[in-house]
Structures are given as C-alpha cells and as structure tokens.
Design a protein around this ligand. Sequence first.
Ligand code: G
Ligand code: G
Ligand code: NA
Ligand code: MN
Length: 250
Amino acid sequence: RLLEEDLHDAISEQQFELYYQPRLDLASGSITSYEALIRWNHPERGIISPAEFIPVAESSGQIIPIGKWVLHTALNDAREHLPDARISVNVSPVQFRDNDFADEVRRSIEDSGVPAKRLELEITENLLIEDDARALSILTSLKQTGVKIALDDFGVGYSSLGYLSRFPFDTIKIDRSFIKDRGYNTNTHAIIDTVVRLGKALNMTIVAEGVEDMANLLFLKASGCDELQGYFIGKPKPIATTVRRVAPDI
Ligand code: G
Ligand code: G
Ligand code: NA
Ligand code: MN
C-alpha cells in the first residue's frame, strides 16, 4: 500500500499524535512555549516522521484535514495541560491556499477558549515565494486576531531580507544548521550575531533552534538570542510527559 492510502485512515483511526518541544526563554530562565510536532503511529511501520509524510499529504491535499486536526489538538492541549505557555504550530503553504484558512484558525481559537496571543504559527519562506500578496493579507488578518507569526528555518531557503520588512513576523527562528556549524566555523558566529541584531532592530523575538549542548547555550545567550530550542533544552515528547518543568541551570 502507498503511504497516501494509509493516510486516509490515519485521522479517523486516531493514528496521529502531537509531540511537544519546549522553548527556553533566556530572560526568565523558564519554559514559556512549546512547539507542536506531529507524529504518525503507523499500525505496521511504527512512528513515521512528518519529514516523510507531510510532503505526501501536501501533494494529495490531505494536509488540509491534518492541519485542522493539529490546530485543534494543540489548542486543546494548551488549555488542558500547558497553562500560560504559548503553543507553536507548523503550517504548510498548502494550507494557505485553502480560502477558509484564516477563518478556520479563528474558529479553532474560539472553540478552544485559548487566548489568540498564546498561539504562534510557524511558516517558512516557501509560503512567501508562492504568492506573497495573498500570504501577506492572510498573515495580517491573523495578526489582527492576536495570533503570533514566526518565520521558521531562517537563513536556509531564499531568505530575502525584504520579507523581514514586508511581513509582520513576531519571531525569527534561526535554522539549526547554523547552530550545528557554530563550533567549527567563525563565519557562522558572525551570521548568528548579525541575525540577532537585525531581529532586535525589527522588534522581533529571536529563537535559536537545534541547541544541543551547553556550549551552544552559552554562545547563544551571549549573542543576545531571546529563546532557545533543541535537544539540550528538551526533546519533543508526548503531551503526557510534557510537564511544566524547570530549565537547565544557567
Ligand atoms: O519533528 P521533526 O520532528 O521530525 O519534524 C520534521 C519536519 O516536519 C519539520 O520541518 C517540521 O516543521 C515538520 N512538521 C512537524 N509537525 C508538523 C505539522 O504539524 N505540520 C506541518 N505542516 N509540518 C510539521
Ligand atoms: O523545520 P522545523 O524547524 O519545524 O523542524 C523541527 C525539527 O527539528 C523536528 O524534526 C525536531 O524533532 C528537530 N529538532 C529539534 N531539536 C533538535 C536538535 O537539537 N537537534 C536536531 N538535530 N534536531 C532537532
Ligand atoms: Na517549526
Ligand atoms: Mn525550524
């Protein structure tokens, strides 16, 4: 059977699950937000990564119902299990093509009872390349609702600086490839420092992804990053094991 066929049953059979990865706020030293990351518990193949099935769901259109499920589930988990924390949800460019997308987001927020400002949508530059006028109008309308917008995987892809001035991002997430390179490449230091300064000048929150050790943490703190995410802060985990917890000692 093709993955696409199995995806048909996955929602109705409740085979999807959201894992949550914490984000450390350096100013307060506490976990103030979580990124929802989908997992597929496939009946025969075990856990399948979204890197494998999201592209299939995007080309088949199944990303639309899956995206709705993700939003609904993340907001309910936020209300039930993660009091006061923000919740970040990844959104595919294909979801933006659905005319109903902004209304759907608003409806999910209302149904959940979670304040809009606790929800952040993570988008990538691919969305902006596709149809940037349309993307801008949807993002602006969602921002008026109070939803936060993050630019994910910044620095890989096309990374036009023009996007940073035209789009209403609240958050920039520096791609983890830069953090990984950091120890070996002094150019990467300069890039991280510059992105942090740029983001601050634009009043955006800067998040570093892929923080895997204490050396990363200390460097990024010194660089002026606002928040850190990565295995050293915490791995993505099912909601049952995602509890409010104290950050590593810094
Ligand atoms: O979670 P890692 O855990 O394997 O995620 C791999 C990729 O899948 C990342 O690019 C991540 O942004 C993407 N991803 C994870 N969860 C979701 C989701 O709920 N929706 C979309 N569209 N992408 C997701
Ligand atoms: O594209 P996006 O940034 O949403 O992807 C998040 C992906 O990064 C997920 O697959 C998640 O499991 C993974 N991830 C999160 N923290 C780390 C880390 O510290 N190191 C590595 N290698 N991957 C990470
Ligand atoms: Na993301
Ligand atoms: Mn990312």
